[in-house]
Each structure stands twice: as C-alpha cells, then as structure tokens.
Design a protein around this ligand. Structure first.
Ligand SMILES: [Zn+2]
Length: 307
C-alpha cells in the first residue's frame, strides 16, 4: 500500500485525511499505516460526520484524500453549502480512491476542482492489489502478486482481454499465503505496454461483482441480508427486491415490496421495514410498495450506469 500511495503521488509532509472506516474493517488501519509509512501526516477522520470532516479539511488545510470517490464529492458540496469558496480555498490536491467504481464523470467533476484522482484496488485479504499510474487508463498490478482472470463459475483462466473474476496468488505474506484466491470482483487484464514506463500488467478497472453481492455506498450487500430483513414480516411480505440506482454521485437503494393479498401498504409497515433493512444492511433505503415484482428478477437489481 505504501507503493500504491507513493505512485498515486502522495509525498512526505502531505496532510492526508483517511476517510476509510477504522472500525470492523481493516481498510482504515491499513491505509493509515501506509500513509504514515511514507512520511505523510495522517488525519484519521473515518466515515460519516460530513460537517466535522469539512471543518477539519478546511482548518488543517488538508491536501490529500483517501476514501471512496463519492464521499470526497459530498465533502466538497458540503463545503460550498457552508459558504466556503472552493474555487480559491480548496487545498485538496490529490485523492487515492478505492472501494467504489469511479465513473468518468465523477473523476472529471473532481478534476474540475483541481484534484488529481487515482484509483486503487484494495482488498481486506491482500491489501493493495493494483493502482493507477499518471496515464489513468488501468491499474498496475502489484509486483508480488500473480493474477489470473477466470470464469467465475468454473474457475478456468480466460483468454486475454476477457472479462472475468480476478483471482490472486500471493506468496509474499508468509503467515497467510493465498493460492488462487477468488476476489469475486470482475475485471479485464491489459497486457499492453504502458506509456508511464512501468512493465507490470494492468487491470482495466473493477467492473462489478462476480456473484450477486453488490456494493452499495461502499458496503457489500448480499441477498441474504435482504431475506433476513424480509423474514421478520413473513405475514405481510409476498416478495421483496432491492433496486440500486444512482442519483448524481450517490447510490440510491430502493426496497420494492410486493405485499400478500389483503395486506394494506400503510406507513407504519413501511417504517418498520425500513428499520429492519437498515439493521441488516447498515444502509438507509427507501421502501416502496409495488403491485408486482417481475418473475425471475434478481434479489438485488443493480441498475446503476457508470458512464
Ligand atoms: Zn502506467
């Protein structure tokens, strides 16, 4: 991860806010450690508390950001809302983003504020897997990893250029070697030469999840979590599905409910379902009652477009 940060452009003396969670996930600590390791000053702001984060960002003249890209945009928008002049007063110069698909429009939006945005592919098991160079057209794979792109169903390696599951072999960690570890993430391997001069192959971005697990607002949501919440309402709910869309740079989660015959879609029921969904997914959704959920639809329908 140190390499990842250095390649992204972080340098000793930078004041960097790390907005990954320090709680129940290793991302916060991993990156904190790497950031201090290359001589940056790390400000461990963690997730949430947008207004305090904005005050911290402005007060400490923070020039580096680590976290999901949409949250950086939310911070900037909040700054503007609070009357800061982001055209002149924004000290932010560089961002290392991960944990979420970075759309070209969001990158452009952040670039317009004078921020360089570099993506990294980081997993809890492996740490930094790949990172973007200044060419910003794919992520160079870390030297000590061997990566295959495989058919998610059979596990067989696919021919160059195919989209498939990223499978990683890592012998660099002696306590925890991993052989052909299936990440569940989809990507394409780019074996071409890169203008930056690095010779390692690249991953052409992360294109989604191999199974039905979906990342919403940076959190994994599994169909099981939805079923778990629905099970509390077995007398009322006939069918349930989650539809994920995107409004601007923010993921929106709509919980569609088809009620059992004769059950009224009243507000108290809607509130109760909202609450259970939040309990099981840690995300705030919006419950709507629909006449019918189409036959054969997925439990989590991802309708986001990444253009
Ligand atoms: Zn390159």
């Amino acid at each position: 991860l140190r390499k990842c940060l250095y390649n992204a452009g972080f340098r000793p003396g930078d004041i960097v806010m790390n907005t990954f969670s320090y709680h129940l996930t290793p991302a916060g600590i991993f990156l904190d450690d790497a950031c201090n390791g290359i001589g940056c000053v790390t400000v461990p702001t963690g997730v949430g508390n947008t207004e305090i984060q904005v005050k911290t960002m402005a007060g400490l003249k923070i020039n580096g950001y680590i976290g999901v890209p949409s949250f950086l945009m939310s911070l900037i928008k909040k700054m503007e809302e609070l009357g800061h002049d982001t055209a002149k007063g924004l000290s932010m110069e560089i961002a290392l983003v991960a944990g979420e698909i970075l759309s070209p429009s969001l990158r452009k939006g952040l670039n317009d504020y004078g921020i360089i945005v570099r993506q990294a592919y980081i997993t809890a098991e492996l740490g930094g897997v790949a990172y973007e160079c200044p060419q910003e057209n794919g992520m160079h794979i870390s030297d000590d990893l061997y990566i295959e792109i495989c058919d998610p169903v059979t596990g067989e390696p696919l021919p160059p250029g195919s989209i498939g599951e990223v499978v990683v072999t890592d012998f660099s960690n002696e306590c925890y070697p991993l052989v052909r570890y299936g990440t569940g993430d989809l990507s394409v391997l780019d074996e071409g030469e890169c203008l930056c001069g690095r010779t390692s192959y690249k991953l052409k971005g992360i294109m989604g999840r191999a199974d039905e697990v979906t990342k919403i607002k940076g959190m994994f949501v599994h169909p099981r979590q939805i079923d778990e919440a629905a099970a509390k309402f077995s007398d009322e709910i006939e069918k349930i599905r989650v539809v994920v869309t995107r409004s601007g740079v923010t993921d929106m989660m709509t919980v569609e409910i088809q009620l059992k015959h004769g059950v009224a879609g009243i507000d108290t029921l809607k509130t109760a379902i909202d609450e259970k969904i939040r309990e099981s997914t840690k995300l705030r959704g919006n419950t709507v009652f629909v006449a019918e959920i189409p036959e054969g639809s997925k439990k989590i329908e991802d309708k986001r477009k990444w253009d």
